[in-house]
Design a binder for this molecule. Structure first.
Ligand SMILES: [Zn+2]
Length: 130
């Protein structure tokens, strides 16, 4: 199974919503088996995550995301999308208003690099030689 994941660049994600006292309110796995969208996209579309927070009335929950690969950011295989940006918006627009945090646990930093075309001058300032 792991060799298949690595060879095809398939991605798996487990989302676990935890209360401040450590109780698990919701847990689900997502995959990008069709390779048409990242696993993060399926989690973001799944309203059950937010419904679990809303129905519990809990404040201070943490949504833990355990990923087989780090979230993409304008990668060479899909230069028009960034799961990093999608997750930042998801946190801002849906989790923060519910007083919930997002914690990403990437188990394998797959092709972790930045494309200078998508970086600001401030981002590049520290990476360029004088
Ligand atoms: Zn992605």
């Amino acid at each position: 199974m792991l060799m298949t994941l690595a060879r095809s660049a398939a991605q798996a994600l487990i989302a676990r919503l935890e209360t401040p006292s450590g109780e698990t309110l919701f847990c689900e796995s997502y995959r990008n088996e069709t390779m048409r969208a990242c696993a993060e996209t399926f989690m973001i579309r799944d309203r059950r995550v937010l419904e679990a927070i809303d129905s519990s009335g809990e404040r201070g929950c943490t949504l833990h995301m355990y990923l087989t690969q780090n979230p993409c950011h304008f990668s060479s295989s899909n230069s028009t999308e960034s799961c990093v940006e999608k997750l930042l918006l998801y946190r801002r627009d849906h989790l923060a208003p519910r007083h919930a945090a997002l914690r990403i646990h990437a188990t394998y930093p797959y092709r972790a690099h930045w494309d200078e075309a998508h970086m600001s001058e401030d981002d590049l300032a520290g990476s360029r030689a004088p």
